[in-house]
Design a protein. Structure first.
Length: 185
């Protein structure tokens, strides 16, 4: 039988989890990722994301995106109509993430598949909600993308408020946070 105090503490912890992991701002080391990959995630301007289909195959949708490496997870904001958001809404909660700067994926003619040679990992995707979540990500973007963020900051913040944008967290499978079992949606 679960004690009431234990249950209450667990529920409070779950309710505060979305804010706490973003506010921490730490880059917690993960036993499941190689140190070189962690270093790349801490310094790279982009990640390349591909949702994984139910059979484990990669989706044909790929793309380079701004991101934050926060508390051992890739965090990004995207349009609610983007393939990343639509995939997650359809229940495709796994994705492959490549780290590094390999240029734009879509070229004027053809596709740039150079990102596939970079380090990658499989992650679990979850939507993140909470008023302060976008503020925390944008604070990181201010440092990481100082020349570009001014053009995007307010539309990202307004989109989060009106639902036209969503925040997604990609947690490496087998990470300590994942084994802890804390819900972050």
């Amino acid at each position: 039988m679960i004690r009431r105090r234990t249950l209450l503490a667990a529920l409070v912890g779950l309710a505060l989890a979305p804010v706490a992991w973003l506010r921490a701002g730490a880059t917690a080391g993960l036993a499941s990722l190689a140190p070189a990959l962690e270093k790349t995630l801490a310094t790279s301007p982009f990640v390349y994301v591909s949702p994984l289909l139910a059979n484990g195959a990669e989706s044909t949708c790929h793309g380079e995106v701004w991101f934050g490496w926060i508390d051992g997870s890739v965090v990004l904001t995207t349009a609610a109509t983007s393939w990343k958001a639509r995939s997650l809404a359809r229940g495709l909660t796994r994705a492959r993430i490549w780290a590094g700067d390999y240029g734009r994926w879509k070229q004027l003619i053809g596709r740039n598949e150079a990102f596939r040679s970079g380090p990658s990992f499989v992650a679990r995707a979850a939507r993140v909600q909470g008023e302060s979540a976008i503020d925390d990500l944008l604070a990181l973007y201010e440092k990481k993308y100082p020349a570009e963020i001014g053009k995007w900051r307010e539309s990202m913040r307004a989109g989060q408020r009106d639902g036209s944008r969503v925040l997604i967290r990609y947690e490496p499978e087998g990470s300590r946070a994942g084994r802890a079992g804390a819900a972050r949606t």
